[in-house]
Design a protein around this ligand. Structure first.
Ligand SMILES: *Cc1c(COP(=O)(O)O)cnc(C)c1O
Length: 392
């Protein structure tokens, strides 16, 4: 057993002293709700009636035929707001209410987590402030409009590279100053303890459902699970319930323009251990310890860190981590559209693209892919590639 809040040498709580009481309070609340039937029931009703769970496990027949392996898609794209992030946002909003906090803050890059947090805040009548880099605000107009429509205040962040890392720094600073009445909803399995464990437990509903659904369909567990890895929450959510089973697990990171170009987001395959946003994990950094700005066409995958439990799974070998370039992801995006009539998120398209490798190596015949979100949001990014327009 490793220390509480750690996964092997990863995780921990590298935060200013002023945040310790809030993290302790959150940890106690998180421990309490795990065993609290009323809380779990309330969350379950919310997920089912509000977000539309359980999401379907769909046998993608035409995709399977084209690959020569049997592929099921876990349809997280069918959730309210279009991705898995709502599972966590609703769970944390419920915890905030328990703690008597009626203000939510969140950070966002592409805006997906901001939208999920703003949605949960509206549902519970809470105030919501979302920190977002100025560059991202300019790139993601539609999600900024959605958040404002949902009643959230979007605060532009102009420090650093004006993207997700800087928005997260700003959210942490704001939290330090307003910790009494404020709950910080972190959007992935990252950050200081208890966030990586708590977010994992709010996302494991994905894997728990898959286990039941695949047993009902196939009478056995799959050979392999595949999911994309940004911060790592949709991957952890589908993997975690299978950790003790004989099932291969593959996490797919974004190789952007190619690892050799230096323009990528392959934290686990190409990073080194360091501390970012309150926990110790693999990290994209220079020899001097400066964080390297990641790149991916997919906005949800370009985060320079990764959840500490993934770092642990990498070292132990329990999960294999691979990577897929922008071009491969875009090809998989187009393929799912034309073969199945499903527009996948560019993030999820990274997981789909890896199926081509799996089909060639022939090790697995029954595979479940986590389709973490829907891809209408990515039209502007894929238009130059798939619809033959000039890059703009
Ligand atoms: C945010 C996002 C991701 C990446 O986040 P994880 O924490 O790695 O899951 C993946 N897919 C979609 C659709 C997202 O919105």
């Amino acid at each position: 057993m490793t220390k509480k809040g750690y996964f092997g040498p990863y995780g921990g709580r590298y935060v200013p002293e002023t945040l310790f009481p809030a993290l302790e309070e959150l940890d106690r609340a998180y421990e309490a709700i795990r065993a609290d039937g009323d809380f779990q029931e309330e969350l379950k009703v919310l997920l089912n009636k509000y977000s539309g769970r359980p999401t379907a496990l769909y046998h993608a027949e035409r995709l399977s035929d084209s690959l020569g392996i049997k592929v099921y898609l876990k349809r997280e794209d069918l959730n309210h707001t279009g991705a898995h992030k709502i599972n966590n946002a609703l769970g944390q909003a419920l915890i905030a209410r328990r703690l008597g906090k009626n203000r939510i803050i969140a950070e966002t890059g592409a805006g997906q987590h901001g939208v999920a947090s703003a949605t949960a805040a509206a549902r519970f009548g809470m105030e919501c402030t979302v920190f977002m880099g100025e560059v991202d605000i300019a790139r993601q107009r539609m999600n900024v409009d959605r958040m404002r429509l949902l009643g959230a205040q979007v605060v532009p962040v102009s420090s650093g590279n004006k993207t997700l890392k800087d928005a997260t720094n700003e959210a942490i600073r704001h939290w330090v100053a307003h910790v009494e009445d404020c709950h910080y909803i972190i959007g992935s399995v990252v950050g200081p303890h208890p966030y990586p464990s708590m977010v994992r437990d709010f996302q494991r509903v994905i894997g728990d459902e898959v286990k039941e659904q695949i047993m009902a369909e196939e009478g056995r567990l799959p050979d392999a699970l595949v999911a994309c890895v940004g911060g790592g929450s949709n991957a952890m959510g589908i993997f975690y319930p299978f950790v003790d089973d004989a099932v291969r697990m593959i996490g797919v990171e974004a190789a952007g323009h190619g690892i050799e170009t230096g323009e990528h987001a392959v934290t686990l395959s190409g990073g080194r251990v360091g501390v970012l946003h309150g926990s110790r994990s693999y990290l994209l950094q220079t020899d001097d310890g400066q964080v390297i700005e990641p790149y991916s066409l997919s906005a949800g995958l370009d985060y320079p860190g990764v959840g500490p439990q993934h770092s642990f799974f990498k070292d132990t070998g329990r999960v294999e981590y691979v990577s897929v370039t922008d071009d491969q992801a875009v090809a998989a995006y187009g393929k799912l559209c034309s073969l199945e009539g499903i527009i996948p998120a560019l993030e999820s398209s990274h997981a789909l693209a890896h199926l081509e490798v799996m089909a060639r190596d022939g090790r697995d015949s029954l595979v479940v892919v986590n389709l973490s979100g829907r891809g209408d949001k990515d039209m502007d990014s894929v238009r130059p590639f798939l619809l033959g327009e000039d890059k703009r």
